[in-house]
Design a protein around this ligand. Structure first.
Ligand code: TEU
Length: 554
């Protein structure tokens, strides 16, 4: 297959900073931008190239910043514009780039645009949002939203419903209206002129809405919210009007896309976005499923390679920590965290690290719904309990995938509140911080943190990790425990061997490699001295990266 074109961001590693849970500099219990600045050396020492900062704009903060009330101001909890500017300077001073999270599908209901829009039916901004009359005295259609039972909210004052893909406090903008698009492009230009290096575009597959909002056959399957006609016209226009004028990188959060759909977002000849997050894993694979995971990787590689860029991630601020959800957070936590890292950093695509992943932080199980803050969980809990279900049963059901699993504070050290804050943290700290924390990891040569450093160093030194073709070894394609594949570029060939299971698994080297020399580049266990040329035994959650050398290259 054609190797991808080279661009600066294709060889990069992105680190996601969920700032409110990262580092609190002033003791108010919320992480803040000053706190992020303090920890930039930590991020830099990992080897990271791009920092993705979750939304910091002015917001009533009902959905943790994804409900923006002023796009050109900084939320008080986070800091001031002056601090933000200093953060940008400090990121750049360390040779890194800053990627801002931007929400353009919806605003907060407190945004002045919406306040005007809802003020009367003939307000000039009425059409900036999506308003519809009631149908037979009810909602215009039967769609659900992500966070509530209906995507429509009744507005008593003007006697119409407005549309919201998420909470009722997050009304969707009407992208059909050219004035809305102009206002968004102007706002993006404001940030680009300040020097940001790119955007993570929130819920970007939701921008376009259908003409007529037909009823869904199965309202519980909310795919209808995404990928509606017109979406790619908007993205092309955004690219032409804004993005193409700067040397920036974009990643779109694209729910419910297949590789065929995905290529429309990131195909390099289409001039829309650079990378995407698809959710075939995080939204649709509740627990680890090796066969399915391999199929997903295969399909996306076939669909995008040489044409557009994928991202590799298994968790973020919305999805439970990977070592808990997809690995082993018990006896093999360290090995498992390293195995997952090896996989994400050697599969084709740009790897994303979610804060705390690099020290193997785990999910959490708090005792009661009162300990949780996630609006998705709380609204769903109220809905289900409202139907008369047993509250404890509902609570238990929602716990495993609550978004708060990954939102607990970063565990810096073993001091109170894990060194995150001197005040009362906005969300409880995971009690395992005495055992799992950055200070401990950084001082131990075998830690998860050190392993991430090694992986990132390898990416910097070897183009094959970013640009190499991907090929699975056919003998293990259907294996439920082992994942075996190569990456190859210009005669350099790497082999990745992963045992994603709690048991030791025997491995027999195929005939065709017995004449090659294997040079071990990185592994999460010490090398065994007792392996023959024909067989090996992979220990639980063992990961190895080899370079394969034939005679000419030895
Ligand atoms: O999430 C969008 C979203 O739909 C996710 O909840 C979903 O689980 C998945 O990851 C994509 O299919 C974004 C933000 O990441 C989230 O924190 C916000 O709450 C949401 O948008 C609304 O802005």
């Amino acid at each position: 297959m054609a190797a991808p074109n080279k661009k600066w961001w294709k060889k990069s590693v992105v680190y996601q900073v969920y700032w409110r849970s990262f580092c609190d500099s002033d003791g108010d219990g919320y992480g803040d931008l000053e706190g992020v600045i303090r920890k930039l050396d930590y991020i830099r020492e990992l080897g990271v190239d791009i920092v993705w900062l979750n939304p910091v704009y002015e917001s009533p903060d009902l959905d943790n910043g994804y409900d923006i009330s002023d796009y050109e101001a900084i939320m008080r909890k986070a800091g001031t514009m002056e601090t933000w500017e200093r953060l940008l300077t400090e990121v750049h001073r360390r040779g890194m780039k800053l990627m801002m999270d931007l929400v353009v599908n919806h605003t907060s209901d407190r945004h002045p645009w919406f306040i005007e829009s809802r003020s009367s039916r003939d307000n000039p901004k009425r059409d900036w949002y999506i308003w519809k009359d009631a149908k037979d005295g009810k909602e215009p259609n039967n769609w659900r939203s992500y966070f509530s039972p209906s995507a429509w909210e009744w507005d008593e004052a003007t006697g119409q419903y407005y549309f919201h893909s998420f909470a009722p406090e997050q009304p969707d903008l009407n992208w059909r209206n050219p004035e809305v698009r102009e206002a968004i492009y102007r706002m993006m230009t404001f940030w680009l002129d300040k020097g940001v290096d790119g955007f993570r575009l929130d819920a970007i597959a939701l921008l376009a809405k259908p003409d007529d909002f037909p009823d869904a056959d199965r309202p519980e399957d909310i795919r209808y919210l995404t990928n509606n006609p017109g979406l790619h016209d908007y993205l092309r226009e955004m690219n032409e009007r804004v993005l193409s004028r700067y040397d920036v990188v974009t990643v779109g959060e694209a729910a419910f896309v297949t590789p065929e759909e995905g290529l429309k977002f990131v195909g390099e000849d289409r001039r829309e976005l650079d990378m995407l997050f698809h959710f075939e894993i995080c939204d649709e694979m509740p627990g680890w499923d090796m066969i399915r995971f391999k199929q997903i990787q295969r399909r996306w590689y076939a669909g995008l390679w040489g044409k557009g860029t994928n991202s590799q991630f298994l968790n973020n601020h919305d999805h439970t920590r990977q070592v808990t959800r997809y690995g082993n957070d018990g006896p093999y936590r360290v090995q498992s965290a390293k195995l997952l890292a090896t996989m994400l950093h050697t599969l084709p695509g740009v790897p994303y690290i979610y804060q705390g992943e690099e020290i193997g932080m785990t999910g959490v199980r708090f005792d009661s719904i009162e300990d949780y803050n996630d609006i998705a969980m709380i609204n769903r809990y109220a809905e289900e309990v409202g139907k008369g279900r047993d509250p404890m049963e509902v609570f238990r059901e929602l716990q495993a995938l609550s978004r708060d699993n990954s939102r607990t504070p970063m565990q810096w050290d073993d001091s109170p509140n894990a060194g995150f804050t001197t005040g009362t943290p906005w969300i409880r700290v995971n009690p395992n911080y005495l055992e799992i924390n950055a200070a401990k990891d950084r001082s131990s040569p075998d830690s998860v943190y050190r392993y991430y450093q090694e992986l990132i160093r390898l990416r910097k030194e070897h183009d094959v990790m970013a640009y190499g073709d991907f090929e699975e070894w056919p003998e293990w394609m259907d294996d439920e425990r082992l994942y075996v594949y190569t990456r190859s570029l210009d005669g350099v060939r790497w082999l990745i061997l992963l045992n994603h299971s709690d048991e030791p698994v025997p491995f027999e080297w195929p005939e065709r490699v017995r004449s090659l020399t294997l040079r071990l580049l990185l592994a999460n266990y010490p090398p065994r001295g007792d392996e023959s040329e024909r067989t090996a035994t992979l220990r639980p959650h063992e990961a190895r990266i080899y370079e394969l050398l034939d005679d000419a290259r030895r």
